[in-house]
Write a protein that binds this ligand. Structure first.
Ligand code: TRP
Ligand code: SF4
Length: 333
């Protein structure tokens, strides 16, 4: 039997190139080799945005549209929305009972999120019971389908470790070998940084969206950091010190183009503005088919809705099988 993978993303709205290169591209490849479940984690979004839900629905749709545009195929992968599979919430209850408090408290990602929350004002600055349970809910997501592997970015690996611990603890407590211990499946791609050289992120205002138009992309690329020591076109450039633009070249340019850019830059034959204009063209060409496909789904919202509902129904079917077994193992009424 083919192995099963599960992975998800919080519904943060339109996705950026970091999501594409770091995660989605990997999923698109893996869906051909594994029985795949991909979902939008709207409950996880609520852990920090419970008081700001006006865009929640649209955010979910935007994520799914980006996925479809990038090549996730609803005919071979199960694409669903977490909150449309309520079985996950029930499994979350059972897992909550067996998870020691200090396991969730030492979650490193949670510590980071708590730090961010503390800088905010008002009700949303508190770490809620739900946020504390973030890794347990994630474990429920993964164990719900008894997956053996979870394709994620490096930032999620600590969470997968907790999932393995919880699965092992469940098996020990209830004297079973029902739950498999899922391992992270890392994508060994080069990480793309934001336009300012920091990690690319929506909240840092340094991202390029998959859905950005060619014009917006070009405008953003013009702000990308280059070799800071360079003032004039004729100054000899240092591509290895060109903090953002050359890194993008290495990701999106053909080897010939990249070596051409490198030598022209080093010889002072290439101005940074022209260089970035050309870079924008290359990136826009790369994303043109994806953006066309995205446009199609935006124009056909009923199709997207159907994909979400069909996928969620299929996910529920599988989840119910697992849940039935879990209830029996625990000894529920
Ligand atoms: N925490 C993940 C993120 O922030 C999203 C997520 C939720 C997830 N549940 C998951 C990823 C289960 C993999 C498996 O992107
Ligand atoms: Fe970077 Fe291109 Fe400028 Fe060289 S010419 S420093 S590669 S942007």
């Amino acid at each position: 039997m083919t192995e099963r993978i599960v992975s998800g993303m919080r519904s943060t709205g339109k996705l950026h190139l970091g999501h594409y290169l770091g995660v989605i591209q990997n999923w698109v490849k893996l869906q051909k080799e594994y029985e795949s479940f991909f979902f939008v984690a709207d409950w996880h979004a609520l852990t920090t945005k419970y008081d700001n839900t006006a865009n929640l629905k649209q955010d979910v749709k935007d994520v799914v549209i980006d996925w479809l545009a990038c090549g996730l195929d609803p005919d071979i992968s199960t694409i669903y929305v977490q909150s449309l599979v309520p079985e996950i919430a029930e499994l979350n209850v059972y897992l909550s009972m067996i998870t020691p408090q200090n396991w969730v408290e030492r979650d490193p990602t949670l510590k980071d999120m708590a730090k961010i929350l503390r800088t905010k004002e008002g009700a949303n600055s508190q770490v809620s019971y739900g946020l504390l349970g973030y890794p347990v809910l994630m474990s429920a997501d993964i164990m719900m389908f008894n997956a053996t592997a979870v394709p994620v970015g490096i930032d999620q690996v600590a969470h997968i470790e907790i999932t393995r611990d919880i699965a092992r603890r469940f098996n020990n407590i209830y004297k079973t070998d029902f739950f498999k211990e899922a391992k992270p499946l890392l994508n060994h791609c080069s990480l793309i940084c934001g336009l300012d050289g920091n990690k690319m992120g929506k909240s840092f205002n340094n991202d390029i969206k998959i859905s950005d138009t060619a014009e917006v992309t070009a405008k953003k690329i013009m702000t990308a950091i280059t070799d800071r020591s360079r003032l004039r076109k004729t100054d000899l450039g240092h591509p290895d010190q060109c903090e953002v633009a050359f890194k993008y070249w290495e990701i999106f340019g053909s080897p010939e183009l990249v070596s051409n850019v490198k030598s022209e830059c080093e010889q002072g034959l290439r101005g940074c503005a022209d260089c970035k204009r050309q870079l924008a063209e290359v990136i826009n060409e790369y994303f043109a088919p994806i953006r066309d496909k995205r446009h199609y789904y935006e124009e056909h919202p009923e199709e997207v809705k159907e994909i979400i509902h069909d996928g969620s129904a299929r996910a529920r079917e599988e989840a119910q099988k697992v849940l039935k077994e879990v209830r029996k193992i625990i000894g529920m009424y």
